[in-house]
Design a protein around this ligand. Structure first.
Ligand SMILES: C[S@@+](CC[C@H](N)C(=O)[O-])C[C@H]1O[C@@H](n2cnc3c(N)ncnc32)[C@H](O)[C@@H]1O
Length: 112
């Protein structure tokens, strides 16, 4: 599958991404990934999730890191960013449409 088709498939799934069996599986992967990441880096000040999807990982991280300054996410699928922004209530969360290969300016730490 080409990158564009891959991103289009994520865009098409964005609305129900956190629901159903796959959503439950993803939530478990997020929890385990964060457990591991925080073992190695327990108190990061700024976090960037490239390929952030609906922002689930960053929302969970925001709850676990009350002292973090900024949690930013970038995703190539516009629908994912739309969902991430709609679900975010913590003001430290920022989401931007963009790609890993060409990161938007807001994700550079000097601009946070
Ligand atoms: C498994 S989801 C990530 C979920 C999110 N990291 C989380 O744990 O909540 C993978 C995401 O990567 C995005 N993606 C794929 N290729 C990308 C690229 N080149 N640049 C940015 N995002 C990309 C997809 O659109 C998709 O939303």
């Amino acid at each position: 599958m080409s990158r564009d088709r891959d991103v289009q498939a994520f865009h098409d799934r964005s609305l129900g991404y956190e629901t159903g069996f796959r959503g439950q599986l993803h939530a478990e992967i997020v929890t385990r990934s964060l457990d591991l990441a925080l073992l190695h880096c327990p108190t990061p000040d700024r976090v960037l999730d490239v390929g952030c999807g609906t922002g689930q990982l960053l929302r969970d991280l925001a709850q676990r890191l009350p002292g973090a300054a900024c949690l930013a996410g970038v995703d190539a699928a516009a629908g994912m960013i739309e969902q991430a922004r709609a679900k975010a209530s913590d003001p430290r969360l920022r989401f931007e449409h963009g790609t890993a290969e060409r990161l938007p300016v807001l994700t550079r730490p000097s601009t946070w």
